[in-house]
Design a protein around this ligand. Structure first.
Ligand SMILES: [Zn+2]
Length: 299
């Protein structure tokens, strides 16, 4: 059912990268700049991510013997260095996720470039190396993002949703690997109820939520795709939800023939395949459009 499945290392049926976006309270300050400081309960909910959930998640990864990827806004790296140290100590990848969860597609190219550069500096200071991957906050990738990420040495993006398998974003300035996901693999719709930012979904049980993610994994395993859940420590790191998530990881491991890897490793593998065997990986010319779509009457 997938027209162009890539080949995965050691004959694996599919690739798995569980990604966590550690937003903490960044987006609350962006969304409610004048009074976010006084929304104490919301801040406590969001701090649960770096202060409680990260330790739990990293410990589980250690028990499973896997290395995964965390996307972290640079402001959160400055605010919650201990959480980032835990990721680093576990050997996990720390990737770019904006400065304070700002939306690139609402910025000018200059603004986007400024905050990208500032974030790269913070990540390099904290981790000792420049980020290789990026996910635009709230998937708000801009028409300039491909070129800017290429310009600053990024190897992959993880904001788009255009395929079941990795593909290449091509511009006149170069190429970037896209590692796609989609909203069906994001934990906000089934779990988040936060009136402070006007996002109030009916909360699903962990069993119901995980059933959706599991169906996505099973299909990817069947047809050779890439399974990239987009989870958040303050959401999926809550006790009952993480317990159910660990059962899903056990299930995946028991099923076997799965390549668990960081996003950086997967991007490197895909890039090599694209270069060694041109045409094997689909290429998207970016951006899709440069200006508003004009449709006029014909009579
Ligand atoms: Zn985020």
């Amino acid at each position: 059912m997938i027209a162009n499945p890539p080949s995965w290392p050691n004959g694996a049926k599919c690739a798995v990268a569980i990604t966590f976006d550690m937003d903490a309270d960044s987006f609350l300050h962006l969304h409610r700049p004048s009074d976010s400081f006084s929304r104490v309960a919301a801040i406590s909910t969001l701090r649960y991510g770096p202060e409680i959930a990260i330790e739990r998640i990293v410990e589980s990864y250690k028990q499973f013997g896997i290395k995964q990827t965390f996307f972290v806004p640079a402001w959160c790296i400055e605010q919650y260095p201990d959480a980032v140290s835990r990721m680093m100590d576990g050997g996990h990848e720390v990737a770019h996720h904006g400065y304070i969860h700002e939306h690139p597609n609402e910025q000018t190219k200059d603004e986007e470039e400024y905050w990208l550069c500032r974030s790269i500096e913070v990540i390099e200071r904290a981790t000792g190396k420049k980020p290789r991957g990026s996910r635009s906050p709230l998937y708000n990738f801009s028409t300039h993002s491909t070129d800017l990420l290429i310009k600053y040495g990024f190897k992959y993006d993880a904001s788009l949703m255009g395929d079941d398998v990795p593909y290449i974003l091509n511009t006149t300035h170069g190429e970037l690997v896209e590692l796609p996901s989609h909203w069906g693999m994001d934990d906000w719709p089934p779990y988040v109820h936060m009136s402070d930012i006007d996002y109030t979904m009916p909360i699903k049980s962990p069993q119901e939520a995980i059933a959706v993610f599991k169906a996505e994994f099973d299909a990817m395993w069947e047809f050779g795709g890439l399974w990239v859940p987009v989870w958040h420590p303050f959401v999926s790191g809550r006790l009952a939800r993480w317990l159910e998530a660990t059962k899903l990881i056990e299930y995946i491991m028991c099923k076997g023939n799965v390549w668990f890897a960081t996003m950086e490793e997967i991007a490197k593998h895909i890039r090599r395949q694209h270069l060694d065997n041109p045409g094997s990986i689909r290429v998207h010319q970016m951006p899709y459009y440069n200006s508003p779509i004009q449709i006029t009457r014909e009579n």
